[in-house]
Design a protein around this ligand. Structure first.
Ligand code: ADP
Ligand code: ASP
Ligand code: MG
Length: 407
């Protein structure tokens, strides 16, 4: 039998009791013929607490130092789980990301995995041990510790499942699976039994934090089936995979929302070739992800250009954009952080008209103003006032009958 990879999120490991419960679950899944690798997140809110602590001492903590600090959260939980398993009579060993062979690039706080050397894990598994790996972290070419971005333990788990050629990667969390919308925002959201990689990727990328988007991307590229399920009960979860039937493909499958949005507007930009490139090239070089871009038609040769970035990047982005705006003789640069994205996702949308109109009507019925719009073949996203996000999710859930459809 192949190797099983399980990942447990922060709320699943929030206390000594929870760690004991996770250890019992790991032992129950560890059959003699199936080696097991367990990836863990930091306990409870540890990562948030460490960030707050750092910010009390430095406004913008140095990113190398911050990554080393944040990696300690996962190091704590992996050692505690391994100790618990050993105490329960099972041979187990904890490994940091570096010990598990996870090499990344050098971009702190959002590092990408460049390679995984599975030899240490394989050696420990061959010795009959349960291997517990600290998620969310790796090591770069300078032997410095990096982290993979918030929610990145999912990506550690799927990367290990891919390199170890696992039959399955199980993501254990605090909800029963992937729902039609965040069940904390829309109580009528329904659990999906299955979802395609491409739909899950769009949902995750546009805010459904139940899965880290890069984990879904890796799952898709390496064909790793992923099951998302609860560590608090035995209910079956949601299978994320490639082999969806035609029938279920033909619908809006879910709604994502994201409040981690900041908008930057460059006002009075001269409308001539090269301007967009002079703004966006330096942002790309600084590794700042620009999402929605809107440029108004120019009146008298000047225009306004707006784009969105993550709230964590807005200060850095402003520091890059302001001098360029002066150089190109734009009138001003302003930023706003009171916006949110709400998206509908479904492969069925790519050949059927009318979804955008239904989405805009649902929002206008609730008097929600749309600031910007962006689409992919299987997604429509609207930027709205952050204060209206719950209303928007609920309105769209109702408009697309996601509480009723047999998904
Ligand atoms: P973990 O610590 O286990 O990684 P996360 O907090 O990262 O857990 O992800 C689980 C949370 O994702 C849920 O508690 C839920 O509020 C949120 N979530 C957002 N969108 C969805 C969705 N479509 N389906 C299920 N959960 C969602
Ligand atoms: N502990 C990290 C975070 O809170 C990584 C993770 O949980 O996946 O973002
Ligand atoms: Mg998570």
């Amino acid at each position: 039998m192949g190797i099983l990879v399980q990942k447990y999120g922060g709320s699943s490991l929030a206390s000594a009791e929870r760690i004991r419960a996770v250890a019992e679950r790991v032992i129950a899944s560890h059959r003699a013929d199936q080696p097991i690798v367990v990836v863990v997140s930091a306990m409870g809110d540890t990562t948030d607490d460490l960030i707050k602590l750092a910010q009390q001492l430095a406004d913008e903590p140095d990113d190398r130092e911050l990554d080393l600090l944040l990696s300690t959260g996962e190091t704590i939980s992996c050692t505690l789980l391994a100790m618990t398993l050993r105490h329960m009579g099972h041979d187990a060993i904890s490994l940091t990301g570096a010990q598990a062979g996870i090499k990344t690039d050098t971009s702190y706080s959002r590092a990408r995995i460049v390679s995984v050397d599975p030899s240490r894990i394989q050696r420990e598994l061959a010795a009959g041990r349960i291997v517990v790996v600290a998620g969310f972290q790796g090591i770069n070419e300078d032997f410095d510790i990096t982290t993979l971005g918030r929610g990145g333990s999912d990506t550690t788990a799927v990367a290990l499942a891919a390199i170890l050629k696992s039959d399955l990667c199980e993501i254990y969390t605090d909800v029963d699976g992937v729902y039609t919308a965040d069940p904390r925002i829309e109580p009528r959201a329904r659990k999906l039994t299955e979802i395609s990689y491409e739909e899950m990727l769009e949902l995750a990328h546009y805010g459904a934090r139940v899965m880290h988007s890069r984990a879904v991307e890796l799952g898709s590229v390496y064909g790793v089936p992923i099951v998302v399920r609860s560590s608090f009960n035995q209910n079956p979860g949601t299978l994320i995979h490639g082999g969806m039937s035609m029938e279920v493909r033909n619908k809006v499958r879910g709604i994502a929302h994201d409040t981690d949005v900041a908008k930057i507007t460059v006002l009075g930009v001269p409308d001539r070739p090269g301007i967009a490139s002079s703004l966006f090239q330096p942002l790309a070089e600084a590794n700042i992800n620009v999402d929605v871009i809107v440029q108004n038609t120019s009146i008298h040769g000047v225009t306004d250009l707006s784009f969105t970035v993550s709230r964590t990047d807005v200060n850095r982005a402003m520091r890059i954009v302001e001098p360029i705006a002066r150089e190109i003789q734009a009138a001003d640069v302003v930023s706003a952080s009171d916006l949110a994205k709400v998206s509908i996702v479904g492969t069925g949308m790519q050949h059927a008209p009318g979804y955008a109109a239904r989405m805009f009507k649902a929002l206008s019925d609730r008097q929600i103003n749309i600031e910007m719009i962006t689409t992919s073949e299987i997604r429509i996203t609207c930027l709205i006032d952050a204060a209206r996000v719950a209303d928007a999710v609920q309105g769209l859930h109702e408009a697309f009958r996601l509480d009723q459809a047999d998904l």
